[in-house]
Design a protein around this ligand. Structure first.
Ligand code: TYD
Ligand code: MG
Length: 467
């Protein structure tokens, strides 16, 4: 006999809980636990299970199918694998639908049959978008449907090679409750995954919206169900879009794909760093270049800071692209270990171009940018910095120094501040200086005297403190 057991799942991070609580014990979000009735598996009666010999299975299946988009193929390690399930997660407006429409057109152009299940946009709307983007649409089918059963039977009839479901949160199965709830999102994804895994099944790509307020079940509840999770990032107000594989059963993670969102859709960006640094005005106080690493790819990013006196009132701390609590910690370390007191100042930090600095090695760049903004001392123009800042004010090693420095050299930088313990030097023509502490790094990175009297204006304006 099967007995139902009630469990709860966090809508946001997917963590299970045995009883309801106001706050998810795993991710700390409030009001995200949802009830789910999980049938317990029958303990016997399914017949004896027979293990297979691994040697009999062989290692080589079909090669991955190219998506027709080089950057995407690179992230996927060649393309989409038949019968696989891929989740593309990103905030609304990043361009998921655009990218996947381009993918489906690419598959169709190379003779594959592709199906777009659009639960959010009408087929006519998609037709107009495809025409506007100049995509060839032979072999590309669109289904405007939200009902899971109807979608599965259409897939069975059309037998496509690649199916995109946009989005998994808007399709529903009447048996599992409202669209967007944890049980519904999971059940729909599991059913589609089952179809993919059938012999000759399509590669299924699910679109999952990430929402900050957690009002719909986030893609994280699906991560264990799928073979590949691609995270599509980018600020809708900026052009740069970054795609990375955060889970990949068929190849390595760590490759980045980069695009620029243009009026003609997503255009591949072969040299993202050059794009990110294009608007930089060397010598501006508050601007420092961070030699970063995203996954396995070096990525140089300009970090900007602005510091304004805030007499009396509570000081503001605003970070865009850099973790807010990390900023608070860095300000405390600057105060205690380097004698830089910003308690009476509003502080703004921004990673240029909508980039998110998740590499802890970005601490030193943020710290130098803050001190540069406060003092008006600008950073050496052709210098990059890297290093994680410890609570003791020490600089901690940032991995893969040599790759970062090679990228900096390629873009014309001639010196670098690196944590003293870094292994591997810079290429010829770039001087890497090993530094032990934050205080020392600030002294070396920033010119001794203000280049010009600091004038506090919004960075990016025409009169950038140049007077
Ligand atoms: P969209 O692919 O609909 O994003 P998502 O599916 O992730 O929500 O596109 C997002 C934004 O991209 C949209 O607001 C407008 C912009 N955009 C362009 O700038 N150029 C284009 O060619 C297209 C199709 C969209
Ligand atoms: Mg969309």
């Amino acid at each position: 006999m099967t007995k139902d057991r009630t469990v709860y799942h966090c809508r946001d991070c997917g963590a299970p809980a045995l009883r309801w609580a106001g706050r998810c014990a795993t991710c700390g979000e409030w009001n995200t636990l949802e009830q789910e009735v999980a049938p317990t598996a029958p303990s016997r009666g399914a017949g004896p299970a027979v293990p297979v010999s691994l040697a009999s299975l062989g290692g080589d299946g079909e090669p991955p199918r190219s998506t027709g988009i080089d950057e995407l193929d690179r992230v996927l390690g060649g393309g989409l694998v038949d019968s696989s399930v891929t989740l593309v997660a990103g905030e609304p407006g990043t361009g998921k639908s655009t990218l996947l429409l381009q993918l489906l057109a690419g598959v169709a152009a190379s003779g594959g049959r592709s199906l777009l299940v659009s639960a959010e946009e009408a087929p006519e709307q998609i037709g107009r978008r495809a025409a506007r983007l100049g995509l060839a649409t032979d072999g590309l089918f669109v289904l405007g449907e939200t009902d899971l059963g109807a979608i599965r039977s259409a897939m069975g009839a059309l037998r496509p090679d690649v199916v995109v479901v946009d989005s998994i949160q808007t399709i529903f199965d009447p048996a599992t409750g409202a669209a967007g709830s944890v049980p519904s999102v999971r059940a729909c994804a599991a059913a589609l995954a089952q179809d993919a895994k059938c012999p000759g099944g399509p590669a299924v790509v699910l679109v999952g919206h990430v929402t900050k307020d957690g009002s719909i079940a986030g893609p994280r509840v699906l991560e264990h169900l799928v073979d590949t999770v691609l995270s599509f990032e980018g600020d809708r107000h900026h052009a740069l879009r970054i795609l990375r594989a955060v889970k990949h059963r068929f190849g390595p993670v760590g490759e980045l794909g980069m695009w620029e969102m243009t009026a003609g859709g997503l255009v591949e960006v072969p040299d993202a760093t050059a794009l990110l640094l294009a608007d930089r005005r060397p010598g501006t106080p508050g601007s420092v270049v961070f030699a970063g690493l995203d996954g396995r790819q070096p990525l140089l990013t300009e970090v900007q800071a602005l510091v304004v006196p805030a007499p009396g009132g509570p000081a503001r701390r605003s970070a865009s692209g850099y973790d807010q609590s990390r900023l608070a910690q860095l300000l405390a370390v600057l105060d205690r270990r380097a004698g830089v007191d910003l308690r009476q100042h509003d502080v703004y930090v921004s990673a240029v171009g909508g980039v998110r600095l998740t590499d802890p090695g970005s601490d030193l760049a943020v710290a130098c940018a803050l001190v540069s903004a406060l003092t008006g001392r600008s950073a050496t123009e052709d210098m990059v910095v890297m290093g994680e800042v410890g609570l003791g004010g020490e600089l901690r090693h940032a991995p893969q120094t040599a790759r970062r420095l090679a990228e900096a050299h390629r873009l014309g930088f001639r010196s670098a501040l690196v944590p003293a313990r870094s292994e591997g030097g810079g290429p010829t023509g770039l001087t890497a200086m090993g530094i032990a502490t934050l205080a020392e790094a600030i002294d070396v990175a920033l010119a001794a005297a203000p280049v010009r009297p600091p004038r506090l204006r919004v960075l990016g304006g025409s009169a950038l403190g140049t007077g």
